[in-house]
Ligand binder design. Structure first.
Ligand SMILES: Nc1ncnc2c1ncn2[C@@H]1O[C@H](COP(=O)(O)OP(=O)(O)O)[C@@H](O)[C@H]1O
Ligand SMILES: [Mg+2]
Length: 231
């Protein structure tokens, strides 16, 4: 039996701005993401990596083309329903400013669950379990602002997983970290991919970090120039 893609982009083009000021950030990109993949998105600055993640993650709509989430065409879904779908199916980790500084670690982790309408008690139990997995359970009651960059990214990973998403999208997750913490965060993402079976797509312009991907998608000027086994 052939596996069905969890996310499919079909001829996706994203243009920012209008007329002579317009920028083609993605140019006719088609690709499929399958369950349990671990994918690095690489390419020079300005090549469309973040735009690709935003479109995949339903944070932004393509100008042209279609996006399918588990086979369902999301192009025609209303903004409100998109937000609900995104909350349930997709977890995000960004480069920085990930946490709400005045909230505690556990409050940050459960937030996407509260937004999805789940019960606090159930969420807190799940959050503790996730915080244990990312090795930061002892910080559960600390405020986000008081953590190191590496610790914040651990919390961000726990938060990304709170709703059991089908995919975690990470845009330069190690971009603000030193080499040692970067390795730890990538090892953790890899572990979550292996143990939890969650698909991970991450962006990095750092070749050492990009090596973690089993598949690599390379973008240049908004077009896919390589998509295959990461060598
Ligand atoms: N909100 C925006 N408005 C206008 N142009 C944008 C916007 N976001 C990105 N761009 C442009 O689109 C191109 C791709 O950007 P981006 O996806 O951020 O690339 P990368 O993440 O690979 O650095 C760049 O030329 C960038 O300047
Ligand atoms: Mg970017």
């Amino acid at each position: 039996m052939k596996k069905e893609p969890i996310i499919e982009l079909s001829h996706v083009t994203k243009i920012y701005g209008e007329y002579e000021k317009s920028v083609i950030a993605l140019n006719d990109v088609s690709l499929k993401i399958f369950p349990k993949e671990f994918i690095a998105v690489t390419g020079p600055s300005g090549s469309g990596k973040s735009t690709l993640l935003h479109c995949m993650g339903l944070l932004d709509r393509p100008t042209e083309g279609k996006i399918f989430i588990e086979g369902r065409d999301v192009s025609r879904i209303s903004g409100k329903d998109i937000a609900v779908l995104r909350g349930k199916k997709i977890g995000f980790v960004f480069q920085s400013h990930n946490l709400i500084p005045r909230l505690t670690v556990i409050e940050n982790v459960i937030l996407p669950g509260l937004i999805a309408g789940r019960k606090r008690v159930e969420l807190e139990k799940k959050a503790i379990e996730l915080l244990r997995e990312v090795g930061i359970e002892h910080r559960a009651k600390h405020r986000g602002a008081h953590l190191s960059g590496g610790e914040q990214q651990r919390v961000a990973i726990a938060r990304a997983l709170i709703n059991d998403p089908i995919i975690v999208l990470a845009d330069e997750p190690t971009g603000a970290l030193d080499t040692e913490s970067s390795k730890e965060i990538m090892d953790l993402l890899e572990e979550m991919n292996k143990n939890r079976g969650v698909t991970v797509v991450f962006v990095s312009h750092d070749p050492e970090i990009a090596r973690y991907g089993r598949r690599r998608i390379e973008l240049v000027d908004g077009s896919v120039t390589y998509d295959g086994v990461n060598r």
